[in-house]
Design a protein. Structure first.
Length: 449
C-alpha cells in the first residue's frame, strides 16, 4: 500500500490487497490524530448497521441468522468497520463477532440503549449507578473481542442550541468509560462521541470534548454525523468539507464521520469517497461510516432485506459505493497524520454553549464497579432513566444522583420522553419524526427525520 502509484491499475491492485487483508485480529490503536493497525495507518471504511430500523430494539450482533446473511455482503462491499447502535449486553455475541473478525471487519459500538442512556433534558438525573453498571457491563462483553475498535459514549445527545448542558454528562461518561477500561479491560479501547453537526456550536462541541487538564475526560476520538455532501455536483468545497478540514486541523485525536451519505439526489453516486480518502482530508479525517446498510423507511439503505428476512438484494447505492471503494485507494504513506497536538482550551459559556467545565464526580454508588467490575450483564429490561415531575429542574452537576438510581423512566413511548433520550436509536428514527435536525447541508437543505 505504501509504494503504489495512483494509476487506476495500481488502485485496483491496492484494493485487492485490502480485501484479501488479514482477519481483524490486530487491535486498532490511536497515535496522534490517526488510527493504526500495527504500523500501518487505518482508515475507517465502514457502514452503519441497524437492520429493522432505529425503532427496532433487536440486537444485530446476537442474531446469527441476520449476521451470517449480511457479513459476506459487507465483505463484498469492501468495508473494514461496522457501527452498531444498540445491543443487548446479556446476549451472546461470539459468533457474529467471529464472523466479522474473519471478514476483516472491526466494530464501533454505541453503549447506550433507549432505556439506558443520557437524557438530554435531565442529564444529571440519568447519570446514575444503574446506568453506569449497564454500560460498563457492555464494555466487559465487547472488550474481550480484539476487533472492537472503539466505543461511542453517546450519540447526538446535544442536538440543538438549548441542550448543550447535557454535553457535561457526555464528557463525564466518556471519562468514566476510559477509567473503567483502564481498570478492568486488558487493552486500551478508544472511547469517543458521535456528534450532531449543529452549525451554531459545532466548534464548541468539538473543543469541549478535547479540552482541559484532565486527560481522562478527553475523548480518544471524535466523530461527526455529516450529511453535507449531496450528489455528484457537490465537491470538497461545495460540501464545506474543506472548511471542516481547516477548522479541525489541529484537533489532537482522530476524527471521522460517524454517519455520512446524503440521499438527495437518489440513487447516490458516493463521489465523496474519493475526497474522503484523499490527502485533501486524511491529514485530519480518518474515513467514515456510510449511513446505512439496510434499507429502512428513511431510504438510506444499500441493501433491501426480503420480507421473510432470508435474503438481501443489493441496491444501486450498494453497487455505486462498492465501485467507489474499489477505485479509491488510501493515500500512500501515512496520509499526513499529525502527532504532538495539544488539548484545546475549554470554550467559554455563551448563548449557544452552556456545558460546564467542572464535571460531576462518579456517583458514589458506582465506584465499586471501578474496583471490582460491573458484574452480571443484565440486558435491556427495565432501565436507568428517571423523568422527574414536570416543572422540575435537572439536578445540579454536583447533585446526588443516587436517588435517581433504580427508578426507570415513567413515561417512555410518548414523543416527548422518547425525544429526550440521548440515544443513537433516534437517529433517523421514529422518535425523531417532526424533529428538524440542523445540519450543515448544502443549498440550505434541512433534513427532517
Ligand atoms: C429545547 O427546545 C425544545 C423546543 O424547541 C424543547 O422541546 C426542549 O424541551 C428544550 N430543551 C431544553 C433542555 O430546554
Ligand atoms: C468553522 O469554524 C467557524 C469558527 O468557529 C464556525 O463558525 C464554522 O461553523 C465552522 N465551519 C464548519 C464547516 O465547520
Ligand atoms: C434474526 O434475524 C432474522 C432475519 O432477519 C429475523 O427473521 C429474526 O426475527 C431475527 N431474530 C430476532 C430474535 O430478532
Ligand atoms: C474491483 O475492480 C476489479 C477491476 O474492475 C474487479 O476485477 C473486481 O472484481 C472488483 N472488486 C469488487 C469487490 O468490486
Ligand atoms: C423501557 O422503559 C419503559 C418505561 O419504564 C418500560 O415500559 C419498558 O418495558 C422498558 N423497555 C424494556 C426493553 O425493558
Amino acid at each position: 500500500m505504501r509504494t503504489i502509484s495512483l494509476s487506476a491499475a495500481a488502485a485496483v491492485l491496492a484494493f485487492s490487497t485490502l480485501t484479501s487483508a488479514a482477519a481483524a485480529t490486530t487491535a486498532i490503536t490511536v497515535k496522534g490524530n490517526a488510527f493504526f493497525r500495527g504500523n500501518e495507518r487505518f482508515y475507517i471504511r465502514g457502514v452503519d448497521y441497524q437492520p429493522g430500523g432505529s425503532s427496532n430494539l433487536g440486537d444485530p450482533l446476537a442474531n446469527t441468522t441476520s449476521c451470517s446473511r449480511d457479513i459476506p455482503i459487507m465483505q463484498e462491499l469492501g468495508i473494514n468497520t461496522l457501527r452498531v447502535y444498540t445491543v443487548d449486553n446479556s446476549e451472546n455475541h461470539d459468533e457474529c463477532m467471529k464472523m466479522l473478525e474473519d471478514a476483516g471487519i472491526y466494530l464501533i459500538l454505541d453503549v447506550n440503549t433507549p432505556n439506558f442512556s443520557i437524557n438530554r433534558e435531565f442529564p444529571m438525573y440519568s447519570y446514575n449507578a444503574k446506568y453506569l453498571q449497564h454500560i460498563f457491563a457492555t464494555i466487559d462483553v465487547f472488550g474481550q473481542y480484539t476487533n472492537t475498535l472503539g466505543f461511542f459514549s453517546a450519540n447526538e445527545v446535544t442536538n440543538m442550541v438549548n441542550n448543550t448542558r447535557a454535553a457535561t454528562v457526555v464528557k463525564a461518561v466518556t471519562r468514566d468509560m476510559k477509567q473503567y477500561i483502564a481498570a478492568q479491560v486488558n487493552r486500551p479501547i478508544p472511547v469517543g462521541y458521535s456528534a450532531a453537526d449543529v452549525a451554531e456550536n459545532r466548534m464548541q462541541m468539538a473543543e469541549y470534548l478535547d479540552c482541559g487538564d484532565d486527560s481522562d475526560a478527553r475523548g480518544d476520538f471524535y466523530a461527526i454525523n455529516d450529511y453535507s455532501w449531496c450528489g455528484s455536483k457537490s465537491s470538497f468545497q461545495i460540501s464545506g468539507w474543506d472548511q471542516k478540514v481547516k477548522n479541525y486541523t489541529d484537533y489532537a485525536v482522530p476524527i471521522f464521520l460517524s454517519e455520512f451519505g446524503c440521499n438527495v439526489p437518489s440513487p447516490r453516486v458516493f463521489a465523496e469517497i474519493e475526497s474522503l480518502y484523499s490527502t485533501d482530508m486524511t491529514g485530519v479525517f480518518s474515513g467514515g461510516l456510510v449511513y446505512e446498510f439496510t434499507q429502512e423507511d428513511n431510504k438510506f439503505g444499500l441493501v433491501q432485506v426480503s420480507d421473510d428476512g432470508k435474503t438481501v438484494e443489493k441496491l444501486t447505492d450498494f453497487d455505486n459505493l462498492a465501485k467507489m471503494y474499489n477505485s479509491t485507494a488510501n493515500p500512500t504513506g501515512d496520509g499526513g497524520y499529525q502527532t504532538g497536538l495539544s488539548a484545546k482550551s475549554c470554550p467559554a459559556a455563551t448563548d449557544v454553549w452552556q456545558a460546564s467545565n467542572t464535571l460531576p464526580n462518579l456517583p458514589a454508588d458506582a465506584s465499586t464497579y471501578m474496583k471490582s467490575g460491573a458484574g452480571k450483564a443484565l440486558g435491556n429490561s427495565g432501565g436507568s432513566q428517571y423523568i422527574p415531575p414536570s416543572g422540575t429542574e435537572d439536578l445540579s452537576f454536583d447533585g446526588d444522583t443516587s436517588t435517581a438510581s433504580g427508578s426507570a423512566a415513567a413515561s417512555s413511548g410518548t414523543a416527548e420522553a422518547g425525544a429526550a433520550f440521548g440515544n443513537s436509536e433516534m437517529v433517523a428514527g421514529t422518535w425523531w419524526i417532526g424533529v428538524i435536525v440542523p445540519m450543515a447541508a448544502v443549498a440550505g437543505a434541512m433534513f427532517v427525520f
